[in-house]
Design a binder for this molecule. Structure first.
Ligand code: NAP
Length: 247
């Protein structure tokens, strides 16, 4: 049985870009798919997927910068599904991207980006930890594990930080990478694998039109990486093609 078949999954930032593509590719095989975003009423493409998979896909409102909303989403998933085999912490913001240079950094931008890109995924993982523990032995679990995918970026790699661009974003993703190691340490004994996954350079609103990969190619690659994980891989940092990346 494929890892994703029969799984209970939650995705953040599911309304566009890479998150929408995770939703599209998992809507078929998943048992339950909680596709979350800030404004479900405006998420037309997500509604189309949900309409085609009425027994599988639930749209939930979730802003990952709001701890109360995170707790409420965890309660709702607990009531409706009882466990999760896969949590995809995908939502992210770029904080000005290329134009965010050393001389222009400001506290407000940095804190906003940290709240969404680093604190958000860590608080999500904490809020859903009990459900993931239950998922590690659940119906859709493969090899006795549940999985947390933290969609990070190679721009968060300290080993490769050389240019004066993407300051807040790089720092936030480096912080997220540390959070992944901490999630791995906290959840290893519960059969929950936490990894950092770089999706590649992808043609989305964030990645731009020149990017190398389509969302389909990126998510297909990440799904293959996730499918092949074992408990020994927890706390590791991979590219979408399975190559290990330096911290
Ligand atoms: N594209 C690339 O080349 C690339 C490369 C490396 C890493 N990544 C990472 O991949 C992930 C997805 O990126 P993408 O390219 O798909 O970006 P995108 O097209 O800009 O989409 C970002 C998604 O995050 C959501 N989001 C932003 N703030 C949120 C919040 N506070 N709560 C909930 N959702 C929120 C957005 O929702 P709204 O519509 O409500 O804003 C949107 O669904 C991000 O973590 C990004 O850092 C992307």
């Amino acid at each position: 049985m494929s890892f994703f078949r029969g799984s209970r999954t939650l995705i953040t930032g599911a309304n566009r870009g890479i998150g929408l593509e995770w939703t599209r590719q998992l809507a078929g095989p998943a048992d339950r798919l909680f596709a979350t975003c800030r404004r479900p009423n405006e998420a037309h493409q997500l509604h189309e997927i949900a309409t085609s998979h009425p027994d599988t896909v639930n749209l939930l409102s979730l802003d990952v910068a709001e701890p109360d909303a995170i707790r409420a989403a965890a309660e709702q998933v607990r009531d409706e599904a009882g466990a999760l085999e896969l949590l995809v912490n995908n939502a992210g913001i770029n904080g000005g991207g290329k134009q965010d240079r050393f001389r222009g950094i400001d506290q407000e931008t940095m804190m906003d980006v940290f709240r969404v890109n680093a604190a958000g995924p860590h608080l999500m993982t904490k809020a859903f930890a009990d459900l993931l523990r239950a998922g590690a032995t659940g119906q859709g679990a493969a090899d006795g594990r549940a999985t947390v995918v933290n969609v990070t970026s190679q721009l968060g790699s300290i080993a490769n930080a050389e240019s004066d661009t993407w300051h807040s974003y790089r720092a936030s993703k480096a912080a997220l990478n540390m959070c992944v190691r901490l999630q791995a340490a906290a959840l290893r004994d519960d059969g929950v694998v936490a990894v950092a996954l770089h999706p590649g350079w992808v043609r989305t609103d964030m990645g731009g039109t020149e990017a190398r990969l389509s969302p389909e190619e990126s998510v297909e690659g990440m799904m293959k990486v996730v499918r092949n994980l074992s408990l020994e891989d927890t706390g590791r940092f991979f590219d979408h093609d399975g190559k290990e990346l330096p911290w």
